[in-house]
Design a protein around this ligand. Structure first.
Ligand SMILES: [Zn+2]
Length: 123
């Protein structure tokens, strides 16, 4: 009997879509940063078995992919902002309400503490 064992270590990502409007200093474009959480897993027969690293949470430029990491608190706030951004785009949220949501999110960002990361390889 011949038995093939198929394993791998792919990066699996969860995307939350356009989240934070901003200017990317890397590609010099005004765009929406996209929220993403990703982690590399050991898989057996394409099923995830073990996480091989801690999850990376961040906002990434929708044009060039450059981004910055978020901690858990910032990520939670960004998930909430992502819903507000969608609601604003669909006209369910006024500009003033959306502005308040942006301020709430920006309050969680410690700009000096964020780290710029290189373009991730999973896109
Ligand atoms: Zn960019």
């Amino acid at each position: 009997m011949l038995l093939f064992i198929i394993f791998g270590w792919p990066r699996r990502s969860k995307e939350y879509g356009e989240t934070y409007p901003g200017h990317c200093s890397h590609c010099d474009n005004d765009q929406y940063y996209e929220l993403r959480k990703s982690r590399r897993w050991l898989t057996l027969y394409f099923l995830p078995l073990l996480p091989l690293e801690r999850a990376t949470r961040g906002l990434f430029c929708s044009i060039c992919g450059t981004g910055f990491e978020l901690d858990r608190t910032q990520f939670k706030a960004a998930k909430s902002l992502s819903k507000s951004t969608t609601a604003f785009a669909e006209g369910d949220l006024s500009e003033r309400e959306y502005g308040r949501e942006l301020e709430t999110f920006e309050a969680t960002l410690d700009i000096s503490g964020t780290t710029n990361t290189e373009r991730s390889d999973d896109v």
